[in-house]
Every structure is written in C-alpha cells, then in structure tokens.
Design a protein around this ligand. Sequence first.
Ligand code: NAP
Length: 313
Amino acid sequence: MQVEQKMSVDIAQFAVLPNGTNYPVIGLGTHNVTGGPGSVRDAVKYAIDIGYRSVDCAHAYLNEKEVGDGIQAKLDDGTIKDKKEIFITTKLWDTHHNRQHIKENFQKSLDNLKVNSVQLLIIHWPISLKDGDNLFPKDKNDQFMFENHDIVDTWKGMEELVDAGMAENIGLSNFNKTQIERILHSARIKPCNLQVEIHPYFSNRKLVDFCLSKGITVTAYAPLANPDSPLRTGKEPSIFDEPVLKDIAQKKGKTIAQVVLRFILQRNIIVIPKSVTPSRIKENFDVFRFSLSPDEMEQIWTLDKYPRIFIEK
Ligand code: NAP
C-alpha cells in the first residue's frame, strides 16, 4: 500500500500525560460491530499508514490479537521503527477486577497485542462481574453474576502493573464523579485519563469539567454517537441527519463526522472514532486543518439534550 504524507496539523496533536507521555488527540477505536474477521487488523494497518499513532482496544472486544497483528505488520514493513510509536490503550474487563489475578489476566492482553507494556490501561467499568474467563457471567435466571471487589483495591492492582512496567499510565472508564473521587483519595498513582461517552447529543459537560480541573485528561468514546450501536433502540437521533450539523458541514466544505470530531477536539477532549472503512478512517483523521468559530460551537451545543446511548434499556 502506498504510504501517504502525514497530514499537517494546526492544533496540538498530543495531550501530554503527567509522566510526560504524549497521548495523540485522535486514535482509532476498535469495538467492531460492523466488520468481519480481519477487518480491525486491516483498519489498524491503514490507519498507521495515514498517520494515526493511537489505537483504543479492550480485552472485551476480543480482537486485541488483530490489533497486535496490524501493528506488527507495520513494524515488519518499516512504516514504524518501534512498536512504542503506537500509543496503545487497553482496558481491564469487569471479570478481572480481583487484585490477586490482575497481573496474570492482563498478561493475556499484552500477549495478544504482542507488546511488553501498553501506554495506557484503564478500568473498563466500575463494576465487578464474577471472576473468570466468561466475559458476561449469568445465572440460570439470566441475571448477571457480580463480585464484591472494592474498586479501590482493583486500583491498587493497577498501580502494581505500573510498578511491574506492564502499563505506563493508568486510568478509568465509565466512572462517575463520586467513584473518581474515591480513587483520587486513595491513589498512590493518580488516574491520568477518563474515557466516557461524549458526542454532541450527550456532552457529559460537568464530568468533563471536573476531570480537567483535576488534571485528568478525557477521551470521548462513541464520538459519532455510534450510528450502528446495538444499544440503540431506534428512537435515538443520528448526527448524520442533523440539520445544524449538515449546515455547518456544507459551509465548511467538511463532512458531518469531521465537524463533530472537531467540535469535541475544541473542547480539549481526545477522540477515538471507530471505523473499518478506509475512506472513513482517512476522513476522520483529517480534522486539523479547519476550526469551528465560537458561533458554530454554540450552535452544536444546542444538540446537547439527549440521554446516553451506552446504557442497557
Ligand atoms: P463511533 O466511533 O461513534 O461510531 C462508530 C460507527 O460509525 C461505526 O459503525 C462506523 O462504521 C461508523 N463511522 C465511522 N466513521 C464514520 C464516518 N466518517 N461517516 C459515517 N459513519 C462513520 O462509536 P464507537 O465505536 O462505539 O466508539 C468509538 C470507540 O470508543 C470504540 O470503537 C471503542 O474503541 C471505544 N469505546 C469505549 C467504550 C468504553 O466503555 N470505554 C464504549 C464504547 C466505545 P464502519 O466501521 O462500518 O465504517
């Protein structure tokens, strides 16, 4: 594949984490609902070709091996000189919260990704499901089976992964303010990042402001309000049909996805749009050569009036 020029940027391309690690403000999401086997591997390869240097993964997406294969292929063909050039985020799943077993469980992620450490490991959800390899353990009545692990104890296990050199930075996902405060009060290593649902329909404004005030970077998942999410009921609106966004996109000569990603970036939030479609992977990365005016930002803020998508209904 022809390697294209990396796009020029007009805003900071990285957020700098407290230990000095550069965290690219745009990364490739890999929660793959639309593509078949191999599509995430190919998406990672293409994304690296066109300049992405960050990939967002999770044990629970069951495709860390594909991500690892994609990165390995780009090392083998010389596109990158070192795997460390790619900022890898992965997530500790709900069935792996037992501090005694965190290390051995996380080692499976490292083996699949074919690296010795990741730049960022986050706790996927602040709830513990029954320990083990079954990702969604349920009882005979089809009810989830939970464990009583204190999230503060799980955090201590996360800190031990930093001590062991297996994770450079650690953070949280889907935690609310109270839960984050509990971690902040007891942490030896403070969380450096919170990953939560953020898009024009659901700004998560208070939580974002709280995190930024504490020096915690914020990453927006489902930044395009995932049009293909299985958690949609059919009643939620789609950004791609939104007149305000259509209008701004048309005036700017940009796509709706680009306008939405730019809106989130201008809020100082990192974005991780997912696509397995090369033209969209490229489109989503081309968000640095234009900006939204204060008036355009205000117009998009008016869409902030819907509940989150990522909730069981
Ligand atoms: P998203 O990025 O908002 O949307 C992804 C969907 O939009 C895909 O179906 C993709 O289709 C389509 N798409 C991508 N770019 C497009 C474009 N330019 N035009 C039109 N459609 C486009 O949603 P997400 O995947 O749910 O979230 C992004 C990432 O955040 C995930 O992949 C995952 O890494 C992370 N995440 C984390 C959590 C968490 O609990 N921490 C939860 C959800 C997601 P194609 O792929 O078919 O092109």
